[in-house]
Design a protein around this ligand. Sequence first.
Ligand code: ADP
Ligand code: ASP
Ligand code: MG
Length: 439
Amino acid sequence: MKVLKFGGTSVGTAKSIKKVKDIIANEAKSDRVIVVVSAMTQVTNKLLAASELAANGDESYKEITKEIENKHFEAIRELVVIDQQSGVIANIKVLLNQLEDILNGVYLVRELSPKTSDYIVSFGESLSSIILSKSIGAELVDSKSLISTNTEHGGATVLYDRTYKKIHEFFESSNSNVFVAPGFVASTEEGVTSTLGRGGSDFSAALYAAGSNAAELQIWTDVSGMYTADPRKVKSAFPVKFASYKEAMELSHFGAKVIYPPTILPVYKKGIPLKIKNTFAPDDQGTLITASADEGMPIKGISSIDKIALASLSGSGMIGIPGISARLFGALSRAKVNVILITQASSEHSISFAISPEDITIAVDAVQEEFAFEIQTGKINSPRVETGLSVIALVGEKMSGQVNVSGKMFNTLGSNGVNMRAIAQGSSERNISAVIEEK
Ligand code: ADP
Ligand code: ASP
Ligand code: MG
C-alpha cells in the first residue's frame, strides 16, 4: 500500500486535478493506493469566513456558499465523465444543502461553537473527496468513521490505537485498489465530527500510512520538497534531498509550513519513508525523509516562526531554589500554553520562554497564580512580556559535535545588525534557536 496526499493547491482547479489524476494512475500501476485529499484551495478559509459572518448576523455568508458551490460544480463539469455528472452534482447538492442549513442555524442563533465550526469546515474535504473519487473511479473512504479523536474541537487529539485498528481492518477487508479519503476530518467516540487542526490533512495521511502499514507516504504539494528555508521569504533557499525524521520534525515545528508537525511521528514510529513531492513538477526529486539522512550537510535548514512573545520570570528568589522551573512549566502546561522555546541564564536569575501572542493573557495569569506568594513578598517579579519578536532556528542532525556552528550563526546575525533577545540550543544539538525582533 502507498498513501498519497494532495494539498489544497494540488486540487485548486480542474486543471491541477488532472495532474493529480496522472500521478495517481502512475502509482496505482504497481501498488494499492490510498489518496488523501484536502479541500480545494481556499475552501477551508471560505467556510470559516462564512461561519463568522453568519454568527455575526451578516447575511453575506450566502454569497460565500454560492462561490463554494460554483467552484465545485465547475470541477465536476471538467473532471467527471458526462453520463455521471448529474449523479455527482446531486450528491454534492445534498451536502451543500446541509451546509446551508447549518449556516442558517448559526445565523439565526448568532452563535458558533467550536463543535459547530468543526462540522462546517469538514464540508471542504467531504466535497473535494467525492469529486476526486468519482473522477478517478476510486472507492470513497469515510475518514470520519475511521479516524477517532477526543472532543477537543478545532484541533482534536487522535486516539491512535482505535484509529489504527479501524484503518487496518477496513483496508484488509476491501478489494479495491485505489481509495480516496478526505483529509483533516475525523469524529469523536460519540460520532460527532471533529478536525485535526489547520493543515491537518498531512496528519490524516500519516495516520492512514501507519494504520495500513504502508510502504511509503507521499505528500504532494506546490513546491519540490522541504526547503532550507521558507521559499517565499528566502530567494536562495533550495530543497533538501534527504532529511531524517528528527530533522524534519524540528524544521516543521519551527515553521516549515510545507508539512504539519504531528505528521512525522506516526510514520517515524513505523519507519515508513516520507516523500515530499511537487504536483506541478512530478519529475523533480523532492525530499525523502527516513531514519538516517546522511547528505553530509551539517545544517539542513533555517526556519522561522513569526509573531511570538517572549515572557520572562526573574527575581532574586529564584537563585538556587529547586523546582521553580518545574512549577513554572507545570502551570503553563495546565493552562494549555504551548511553549516554543526556553532559556535560562546560568545565574538562574531569570527564565525566558517564547509563546504565541494569543496565549499571553492565559500564560501571565497562570504564572501569577502559581507564584502569587513569591510575587507578593517580592522574591520573584511579575512576569514580563515582550512582543513583536520572531524565532529563527538552524536545524541539522550533523550539527552536533561541529564546533562553531552557533558562533557563525551569531556572528552573521550580529554583523547584519540583528539583535538577539534570547538563544537556545537543544541538548540534542539538532537545533539552535535565536529570538530576534520581527522586522
Ligand atoms: P498544501 O496545500 O499542499 O498542504 P501548504 O501551503 O500547506 O501546501 O504548504 C506548502 C507551502 O509551504 C509552500 O508553498 C511554501 O511556500 C511553504 N513553505 C514554508 N516553509 C517551507 C519550507 N521550509 N520548505 C518548503 N515549503 C515551505
Ligand atoms: N483544509 C484544511 C486546512 O486548510 C486541512 C489541510 O488543507 O491540510 O487547514
Ligand atoms: Mg498543508
